[in-house]
Design a protein around this ligand. Structure first.
Ligand SMILES: [Zn+2]
Ligand SMILES: [Zn+2]
Ligand SMILES: [Zn+2]
Ligand SMILES: [Zn+2]
Length: 515
């Protein structure tokens, strides 16, 4: 039988585990927390709700468990939702099992009432109020999950569960009897589901990938390992199908009364699941194997028992789980090798022949081991070379990086130099611009001065010219005046007609000159 692998996906669902080590407490814990926190709140909430409900209309869990479906249905119709929720949460607290003997007694009474009723049939229950049905199912099954706000089953499913026609495990919900199994348990035990429940205690949980559940190789029904050990269904016996004829540890299925071998099954579970177990899980599983094989009388069973016990001790002393896991898996491999060797050798072989065969086997094993060693050393060499190459490459890269860094630094320096040169040039340009501006301004000034000077010199020239002309004209005038005086004086002395005419001519010339 393969390890129990089903229900993986249902780990969120609540459980009614019979196992002492329940590994799926999440949903329960959440529910408990909700209830703890909600209890005080609900007390005062209850008062406020109750105030609005007439005393005659109030119903209790006892009424629901006891009175006819129709009467309760009608009462529930008019009750506020808050009141109905309150009823559910009260039942949840009772089912929680933390309220001590008083709650236990209350629950027993309610369950007895519900179980003793003959009027709760498919016909009447389909007419029940939703909350009424949830409460009835929860009381009958003793499972609070049916009251959980997040669990919502159809009315039909609830009725079928109530009537034991559907598995009460919310995560399973198979129609029962599953596959119409004709076995005694499936046909006689109300509500038993062979997919998820223990053939002995009829409970279910969500343990998977574990030796805590043993599956029957023949009918596939499941049984808690603890239940099987307690009921003496794990014991020594001759396992006919293995053909060795030697006694070994067997599991006898309560459903089909046939036996399944245990060592191979434990080996399968470990080989499939051990790598995924954490430290605690590995120790627990080793402990279960110890309990299974404690009474073992055959060599292999004893060996396995001793090995597990030893590993538990070593782990308590600090052995790492990975190592422990490796050891136990190696152990199973060796066991397998041993048994195949035994089969090869067969029984009744002559000692000499047996020795020869053993020598051959040993020789072959040594040869194989040598080959493996050679291969390993070759691989090691290769790996070492690869490592070296990696190292070299790493060095090269580091060098390249250093060079790049250096180059980057020099580039940076160059850039900085260029920047400073540029700044210098800029400053120079600014200075030249300043000077040019100054020069332009000076030139403009000079131009103005020159213009002014030119104007002045022209004026001077004209003045001088006029002065010269004036002095020339003055000189001429003086000359003429002298001449006139001279002539007047001579005229008075000498009256000469020809001279007169000369004098007229000269006067005309002088006048023309003046003009
Ligand atoms: Zn069955
Ligand atoms: Zn089931
Ligand atoms: Zn059980
Ligand atoms: Zn069976």
């Amino acid at each position: 039988m393969d390890p129990r692998l089903a229900f993986n996906q249902f780990h969120e669902s609540p459980t009614e585990s019979a196992s002492s080590r329940d590994t799926s407490p999440t949903a329960n814990a959440i529910m408990e927390k909700k209830l703890e926190g909600g209890k005080a709140e609900s007390d005062c909430f209850e008062q406020s709700v109750v105030r609005r409900v007439f005393t005659s209309d109030k119903i209790s869990l006892y009424n629901i468990a006891d009175e006819s479906v129709d009467i309760i249905f009608e009462k529930m119709q008019v009750l506020p939702n808050e009141y109905l929720e309150l009823l559910k949460s009260r039942l949840r607290i009772i089912l929680d099992g933390t309220g001590g003997s008083q709650h236990r007694e209350e629950f027993m009474l309610l369950q007895k009432l519900v179980q003793s009723r003959s009027d709760l049939t498919a016909k009447t229950l389909v007419r029940a109020h939703r909350v009424q049905l949830e409460i009835l199912v929860a009381i009958k099954m003793g499972i609070q999950a049916f009251l959980h706000p997040n669990v919502s089953l159809s009315q039909t499913s609830l009725v079928e569960i109530f009537l034991y026609k559907r598995c009460r495990n919310i995560a399973c919900q198979n129609q029962i009897p599953v596959d119409d199994c004709p076995c005694e348990i499936c046909s006689n035990r109300n509500g038993f589901c062979n997919v998820c429940m223990c053939t002995i205690c009829t409970k279910f949980d969500f343990e998977v990938n574990t030796c805590r559940w043993i599956g029957c190789d023949l009918c596939s029904h499941w049984t808690h390992t603890d239940c099987a050990i307690r009921d003496g269904l794990v014991c020594m016996g001759n396992f006919t199908r293995s053909g060795t004829g030697q006694a070994e540890m067997l599991f006898r299925c309560k459903a089909c009364n046939r036996t399944s071998e245990l060592l191979g099954w434990v080996k399968d579970v470990f080989q499939h699941c051990a790598p995924s177990w954490d430290r605690a899980a590995l120790m627990t599983e080793l402990d279960i194997v110890c309990r299974i094989f404690r009474g073992s009388e055959d060599v292999k069973g004893r060996k396995l028992f001793c090995q597990c016990e030893e590993l538990i001790e070593k782990m308590k002393g600090g052995l790492v789980e990975l190592m422990a896991c490796r050891v136990i898996l190696m152990f199973f491999q060796e066991l397998e090798a041993d048994s195949s060797k035994n089969l090869e050798l067969g029984e009744g072989v002559a000692p000499r022949e047996a020795c020869k065969q053993i020598a051959e086997v040993v020789h072959e094993a040594v040869r194989k081991m040598e080959m493996v060693a050679e291969e390993k050393s070759r691989m090691l060499k290769k790996a070492r070379m690869a490592l070296e190459a990696c190292d070299n490459e790493l060095e090269d890269k580091a060098r390249e990086v250093a060079e790049l860094k250096l180059e980057r630094r020099s580039r940076k320096q160059q850039v900085e130099e260029l920047e400073s040169v540029m700044k210098l040039k800029q400053a120079e340009a600014d200075m030249f611009q300043l000077k040019a501006d100054e020069a332009r301004r000076e030139a403009e000034m000079f131009q103005k001065i020159a213009l002014a000077k030119a104007e002045k010199s022209e004026d001077d020239y004209a003045t001088r010219y006029l002065k010269i002309k004036l002095s020339e004209a003055e000189a001429e005038r003086q000359y003429l005046i002298r001449k006139i005086k001279l002539r007047e004086s001579s005229r008075s002395d000498v009256h000469n007609s020809s001279t007169n005419s000369d004098c007229h001519l000269r006067e005309r010339n002088a006048a023309r000159k003046l003009a």
